[in-house]
Design a protein around this ligand. Structure first.
Ligand SMILES: *Cc1c(COP(=O)(O)O)cnc(C)c1O
Length: 350
């Protein structure tokens, strides 16, 4: 199959992740359940990346990272504020409610420009958290921000600060869904700490699967007190890997030499290249300028069908032919150019 734009998790393992995995497999036996040197190194590498002494855990996927960390922040009668497009609301089969034994989601879409870019604003957050304060409705306890967002936009550091300040005033904890945190940091060009704990984030689901790792996402507690009992929570949920080094060695490979940021930067650059190549085609309408590794554009219906018939795979996920074109750590410029050329032909064919 040719390389595709369906999702960044269609790509395989980055060489740095694979090399570390092979190295971890090459030696002798190692202790199970995370008591091994690779897991220690991976936790230390995360602490160095964030320049702080955070608590770090590894689970199998992003759904578990989100649901378990939000369950750690909320009691069963409490709720998490997020956008309707948030992965936790739209794509995780209500794992938050399941892992949180009743925790619910308060989605808010105020119809604003920010909402169209899959972003929360302090005003929308405030309205959602205050909508019901009586004891007959779940009490808002946390907010979940996705960075980069589900529509390929990125919260600026000042936007994050404004949101987390509003959250503190509302007594909400701040969770960040960072399945594409690397792409956001590469886009912002800031220190990872500035886009997370220094901006007021309490806990981060830090993704690597979409950035060249085989499996396993990190749960990073910047507020260490919130991590109390997390290993039991993860174990009970079936999210404690016994052969933990298989999850954590690839993280060492990606983080220690900085490959994680280089890969994310490359994926972002491919999205820029793709957007520039299709922006002026007749009938193509970019929903907004890409800031991370996804391009969101309305394509003419016949063009969507023509591209599919030629074997291209991508998701149509918004009204009016709104398509999502995801670039990955390994997307090649030639693939971008070939897709754009096929789209150009399809747009000109009546
Ligand atoms: C991919 C993704 C996740 C994680 O999904 P899993 O399939 O559970 O690993 C979480 N949040 C966002 C925004 C994502 O795009």
């Amino acid at each position: 199959m040719k390389d595709q734009f369906a999702s960044d998790n269609w790509a395989g393992l980055a060489p740095q992740a694979l090399a570390a995995l092979l190295e971890a497999n090459g030696g002798s036996h190692a202790p199970a359940y995370g008591d091994d040197v690779w897991t220690q190194r991976a936790c230390d590498a995360v602490r160095r990346v964030f320049d702080t002494d955070c608590e770090v855990y590894f689970v199998f996927n992003g759904t578990a990272a989100n649901a378990l960390s939000l369950a750690a922040l909320c009691r069963p009668y409490e709720a998490v504020v997020c956008t309707p497009l948030a992965h936790i609301a739209a794509d995780e089969c209500n794992a938050v409610g399941f892992m949180g034994q009743g925790v619910s989601l308060l989605t808010c879409d105020d119809g604003s420009d920010a909402a169209r870019r899959a972003k929360l604003t302090p005003a929308a957050l405030d309205a959602a958290a205050r909508r019901r304060r009586d004891l007959h409705a779940p009490r808002a306890r946390a907010v979940s921000l996705t960075q980069a967002t589900e529509l390929g936009t990125v919260y600026a550091v000042e936007e994050l600060r404004a949101l987390t300040t509003a959250a503190r005033e509302l007594k909400l904890k701040v969770h960040m869904d960072g399945a594409r945190f690397a792409n956001a940091v590469a886009s912002l060009g800031c220190a990872p700490a500035d886009a997370s704990w220094r901006a007021g984030v309490d806990v981060l689901s830090f993704g690597a699967t979409k950035n060249g790792a085989p499996v396993g996402e990190a749960v990073v507690f910047f507020d260490r007190g919130l991590a109390d009992g997390f290993e039991w929570r993860a174990k009970q949920a079936g999210q404690l890997a016994s052969k933990m080094r298989v999850l954590t060695a690839p993280w060492v490979g990606l983080l220690e030499g900085g490959a994680w940021l280089a890969h994310a930067g490359h994926a972002n650059a491919m999205a820029q290249r793709l957007a520039a190549a299709i922006d002026t085609l007749p009938g193509v309408h970019l929903l907004h300028a890409p800031q991370a590794n996804g391009v969101f554009a309305e394509l003419p219906r016949p063009a969507i069908e023509a591209l599919r018939a030629q074997g291209w795979r991508f998701h149509e996920m918004l009204p009016n032919g709104g398509c999502r074109l995801m670039c990955a750590w390994d997307t090649r410029p030639e693939t971008v150019d070939a897709f754009a050329a096929d789209l150009a032909v399809a747009c000109r064919t009546p």
